[in-house]
Design a protein around this ligand. Structure first.
Ligand SMILES: [Zn+2]
Length: 321
């Protein structure tokens, strides 16, 4: 593989709130390379899909390394300011967080990828690249081009926090052809007018900003302990925990409302109590009791914590423990 540094004579700077992968799309469009593969080789990007939610595969790691090197910034800073890592790391055990942190601080080329990470199959929110038309207009006016904003890729967010405008789906699951928002063809309006959806979105956006701003690494252990603490889950016996999980899922459904839950989880479909012919799974029990080594998406943990009325600042949770 070619070394990225020696082949690249210029590289664009990352814009505020720009997603890491967006800069590679912009680079490709101005580099004038004949093929996509040529750009990928030039930048040393490992093959693989460029998805907004991916933070643990080799493509992501090589992209992070290349951008950090060319921009002369630390890997940690690029990850914090331009990727969903600040949110997605919340459900990583501290041991794995430490591994990642160490790798980034020491600028290691090979970053340990937790291969059991982020099962998002049952999550129904839009996982394609999204944008806000007003942001594109503003960006084009101010800097001459539109780019992919990081905050528009936060899972289950449906509005632009600056313009309150509905986010549009580009229909692109990956940026493998280095598309920019102007290349999007299929736009679906997905506005949320539901009050509960708006409250959840505001909380989640504030939480994301809080995670970006604070250097502390709140992880899975804190999420679990916070949940048990605020919802008063008994340590034992097992039947008492099970009974408590039943009560909690009822409370969370009441607070969140089924319309919000069905925009997030596949197993909520209207008022039906079944999913694929079986009783609807108690996602809270499955989340907090599962022995499955796969790490769940942070949304599973955050939703019941939000429903309990906690602040969107994770560093405050650990103080209450
Ligand atoms: Zn906007």
């Amino acid at each position: 593989m070619e070394r990225p540094n020696s082949m690249v004579s210029f590289f664009p700077v990352l814009m505020p709130d720009e997603h890491l992968f967006s800069i590679f799309a912009r680079y490709h469009q101005i580099a004038g390379n004949a093929t996509i593969d040529r750009t990928k080789a030039q930048l040393g990007l490992a093959a693989g899909p460029l998805k907004p939610q991916d933070v643990s595969n080799q493509t992501f790691h090589t992209a992070l390394k290349t951008a950090a090197t060319l921009l002369m910034q630390s890997l940690s800073k690029v990850a914090r300011d331009h990727t969903l890592v600040p949110l997605l790391k919340l459900s990583l055990p501290s041991r794995i967080q430490d591994q990642l942190h160490t790798a980034w601080e020491n600028d290691q080329s090979s970053i340990p990828a937790p291969n059991t990470l982020m099962n998002d199959r049952m999550l129904t929110f839009d996982k394609s690249w999204r944008f806000c038309n007003e942001c594109i207009k503003t960006d084009t006016r101010e800097v001459g081009f539109g780019y992919w904003h990081l905050s528009h890729q936060i899972p289950s967010i449906k509005r632009c926090k600056i313009h309150q405008a509905p986010l549009l789906s580009s229909g692109l699951k990956t940026l493998n052809d280095f598309q920019l928002p102007r290349d999007a063809h299929e736009n679906t309006v997905q506005g949320s007018d539901n009050l509960m959806e708006n409250r959840w979105e505001c909380w989640l956006m504030e939480l994301f900003a809080s995670c970006q701003a604070s250097g502390s690494w709140v992880g899975l252990e804190v999420l679990k302990a916070t949940f048990e603490n605020v919802w008063g889950v008994p340590k034992k016996p097992g039947w008492a925990r099970t009974r408590r999980y039943e009560e909690i899922v009822g409370y969370v459904e009441d607070v969140a409302g089924i319309p919000l839950l069905e925009t997030i989880f596949e197993f909520y479909q209207g008022d039906r109590l079944t999913y694929r012919g079986r009783a609807r799974p108690n996602f809270i029990r499955a989340t907090f009791e599962s022995t499955d080594p796969k790490i769940r998406h942070p949304i599973y943990y955050l939703l019941p914590i939000w429903a309990a009325g906690l602040s969107p600042h994770p560093v405050e949770w650990s103080r209450g423990l």
